[in-house]
Write a protein that binds this ligand. Sequence first.
Ligand code: ATP
Ligand code: MG
Length: 775
Amino acid sequence: MQDYLSQLNEAQRLPVLQKEGPMIVIAGAGSGKTRVLTLRIAYLMQQGVDPFNILALTFTNKAAREMKKRIADIVGQSEAKNLWMGTFHSVFARLLRMEADKLGYPSNFTIYDSQDSQRLTSAIIKEMGLDKDVYKYKQIFSRISSMKNNLITVRAYFANPELIEADEMARRPRFGEIYREYVERCFKAGAMDFDDLLLKTNELINRFPDVLAKYQHRFQYILVDEYQDTNHSQYLIVKALSDKFQNICVVGDDAQSIYAFRGANINNILNFQRDYDNVQAYRLEQNYRSTKNIVEAANSIIEHNKTKLDKVVWTSNTDGPKIVVHRLMSDAEEGRYVASSIWENKMNHQLTNDKFAILYRTNAQSRAMEDALRKRDIPYRIYGGLSFYQRKEVKDVLSYLRLIVNPKDEEALKRVINYPARGIGATTMDKLIVAAKQYDRSIFEVIENIDRVDININGSTKTKLRNFATMIKSFQALEETQNVFELTEYVIKKSALLTELKKDGTQEGISRIENIEELLNGMRDFVEGQKEVDEARGSLAEFLEDVALATDLDNDKGDQDRVSLMTIHLSKGLEFPYLYIVGLEEDLFPSAMSMNTREELEEERRLFYVALTRAEHQAYLTYTLSRYRWGKLVDAEPSRFINEIDEKYLEYTTPMDDYRYKSALTDHLWDEPDKSKLRQSKPKNGTPPTVNKPSEEQIRKLRKMRPVSTADSNANRKPGFEGKLEAGMIVEHARFGRGEVVNLEGVGGERKAEINFKVGGLKKLLLRFAKLDVV
Ligand code: ATP
Ligand code: MG
């Protein structure tokens, strides 16, 4: 039963076994922070703490699910399911539903995703007659978001001359009005946006001491992963809830703080010891994830940052292969290189696709990677683009469902009131919005009372509006008896949505229908799942909540063997045996937009640290000499971050000339260069694209390059080694890492070992050549 504690080292065991009091674990990547948090929860439960009294906050819901599963393995499913675990947003959305009436919200409030929020912002800017080039809706919305995350309400905004002045200086003097309108519209629509989930929680616990006391009592043990990336609003919630019992355990790594641009405050971690009494601080130093080369290279990067806590990270893992640095001509070539390297690694080491990840700084870089992977038939999955639930057709269906739950939901209404077309045009919609404002009601309420309100809409349009409202109400009646799946099937038929999509016979139209089928499949799973689950969750409202808060990562069923593609920001907390970090070029990474101050540059560097520390076994860094940016081919030069890595951890493989040489040798591995692209890349005036000459430093490094070779020298081998080997032994292989000897056969020079490698699986190696060490 206690056996799981043996999965921890000494240093990790201490925070797990400290039952009470505030504590912080600050430690580098891969040192087991998340594992500590997980096992600490299991330990608390074994010590008799009621799972109802434990709250764990994670970076993704997927991480929470995995943790819960792990805990369930130790303490049992029935106990584990009562834990409150999830992202800040999902946990507090749940709490707010129970207390919504106190804030004047319906308990079935809608959650606006960022798309809804941005659409609303954009609509308001338009309604106010403002210049959309000055008032850019994305910027305005991000300012609204930052206000909320700093708990600056509309009232607080107008009471603060400095803020007002700042907006005047920025030539958007009417920001405050937009903010006010935005907040009012959300409220009237019975909707909260993502930031509201935190802001309103703060409001709730500040305004209602009894509510605060209730949850302080409920959450006697609070645990937070990735604490370095909490924002002010999240910080205050954690602080308030943990104030009574002070059983708060946070884990994080200041070197991995990468969300300052979204308001995360690294001071939350730095000041933790000041915020609580008698804080126990723990350090973990041993990295279990990565090879020595990767750990030490990562250390050498972060050394360049001035603002950092002193930390040691080391590993007893093997050196592993050096980090490959590879230079290419264009992004298309970069894609081909990565795809072909993945292919080679797969073949050479018999690996599945899910052992590989490609990380990039910006989403746009995925295209070249996708093209190349597709050509090689390597299945992949992109995270972080539009989430499945944000695709137009899916969202249209969901909007009908949202209206059923909450007819006040303005964004949902706007999406579907005239889709499929019902002859309710934009002018009618504008009139409805004006009337809603006049009567201080939601749009749906105006429609319901269309005969009684003072509005200039003709009779036939009024009938159409009435029909629409009747249809929604008939769906509502059905919701009482039907489950989510049945209801949705009915809705897409009755609303003529399916017919509309079927009319469109294009490939795109077909794939839209497939997506809706996929949505229905998901609903069926949800309904089935609910039957097995404890609590009486399972209503349409709950389905919608899950969906609204699902990040792309959460939809990952984990049953697909695919290469993962994502931005570095999304990769936090994850790990992959083989990792490609692409586009390591100045102005791209570090990003041109994040080089104005040392702080910004340091955040970019931390981002690079996060990226590299995702790699378990082998990392590849690529850069190109030219790249299309904003539609133009521009010269690129290698990122300073490459130079910042201590050279001894790097292997500069074939750049230009030798690269062609290598490609000739392995011709079958390479695609024909895409000639159309090459032609395009010439600027119109006929001069060929120029490329930067490598710098002196670069040349010096390039001279040292060596071809990639698998057959390393066996000079270090201890003599008589083969004779000592027996089944059951754990060995280290220079490339494959750690594995267990399963079987031995043959004699002398023909002696072979069958080894089950952690990463590569079962392999048979000829001992004469195999580079093995007994662990
Ligand atoms: P990050 O900073 O990237 O979030 P982390 O500190 O949370 O990393 P974990 O993800 O908990 O680190 O652990 C990294 C890897 O090392 C995981 O695969 C984990 O299972 C493994 N690991 C952690 N501790 C041990 C241990 N004591 N023995 C063996 N493996 C361990
Ligand atoms: Mg972690």
